[in-house]
Design a binder for this molecule. Sequence first.
Ligand SMILES: NC(=O)c1ccc[n+]([C@@H]2O[C@H](COP(=O)([O-])OP(=O)(O)OC[C@H]3O[C@@H](n4cnc5c(N)ncnc54)[C@H](OP(=O)(O)O)[C@@H]3O)[C@@H](O)[C@H]2O)c1
Length: 355
Amino acid sequence: MKRVALLGATGSIGRQALEIIDAHRELELVAAASGSQGIDGLAPLTQVGGDLTELLERAGPDVVLNAVVGFAGLPATLWALERGVDLALANKESLVAGGNLAIPARKTGGGRILPVDSEHSAAFQLLENRAPETVDSLVLTASGGPFRGRSRADLGNVTPREALEHPTWNMGPKITVDSATLMNKGLELIEAHFLFDLPYDRIEVVIHPTSVVHALVRFRDGAALAHVGYPDMRVPISFALTYPERAGTPIPALDFGSGLILEFSAPDEYAFPCLALARAAGEAGGTAPCVLNAANEVAVAAFLDDRLPFLAIPDVVERTLAQIDCPPASSLEELVEMDAEARRVASTLTRAVVT
Ligand SMILES: NC(=O)c1ccc[n+]([C@@H]2O[C@H](COP(=O)([O-])OP(=O)(O)OC[C@H]3O[C@@H](n4cnc5c(N)ncnc54)[C@H](OP(=O)(O)O)[C@@H]3O)[C@@H](O)[C@H]2O)c1
């Protein structure tokens, strides 16, 4: 039996995780948390909001599935890693903001990070048991979101409703907007850097509209391996929760006879500047990724609330980064302070934009 704590149980990932847990007798849901929605009776222990590490202390799980959205997931990520508890990680923001604390914590705690992000689950499977010197580079695929192919001029008046119409994935609102700006792929780039210990110049992003190829790894001999499958988050959720058994799922096997379209192209970084902003913040290091993430959370919330135009999202992020020194943080408390400072600056910048 694996005792699972599910954080973010009411969200898109959380609901799909409940389906996977229900289908496997060897998975026992011992604790569940949400941010604000009531979840009484969902698990023996439940908590709504507050400090999620208190719930984890009481539950003592074997695996934490962190499917909280945003920086709020960071304490739970660190809690699991410091104790050597397996971490099934959907909450990419915690690794983006806190990778410099999380990766050393994984080393000292001795636990595993089992990525739930589909690209990182794919990369994990492609890279597992490979000698690092044989790996040339990692390629992360991006669907391109609902505005793929549009020029910058075509993006001026797009609405939250349009941004929420994702072509291949059905996800929560924040990540769906991140997919539309390509910030999601920027956050994933930083996530991959920390997870797989690869420098940024060996992680590439390509647009792949059908989302069938989730990641590729190029090796030094010229071969490249790809991870392919229909876009369905229940596959990486199941992989992470049942690792290393790789239990069955209800997802159909790929049907090559029906004509899969495997098309790839370079991202348009002029129309979608968030990707380059994230790459630069990752390369700058220190707390720049934490500031990038915080500013993005503020800007996306304002966009969803009709207080900020779509194209101002990267502007707010860029200007927040320009206004703040981003020295390395050596504790969760310092990161929390940096996150709060970035939110203050980004909120001021957001208010100054006239919609
Ligand atoms: N959805 C996907 O397909 C997908 C794919 C890859 C990665 N991810 C990542 O997975 C994470 C979750 O995404 P999602 O799409 O499932 O988001 P979502 O549908 O918006 O759900 C977010 C969940 O987090 C909870 N939450 C928010 N703030 C919280 C807080 N302070 N404390 C405790 N719980 C809190 C919410 O609870 P309430 O409902 O009560 O607010 C909800 O259960 C994100 O980091 C996202 O980037 C998602």
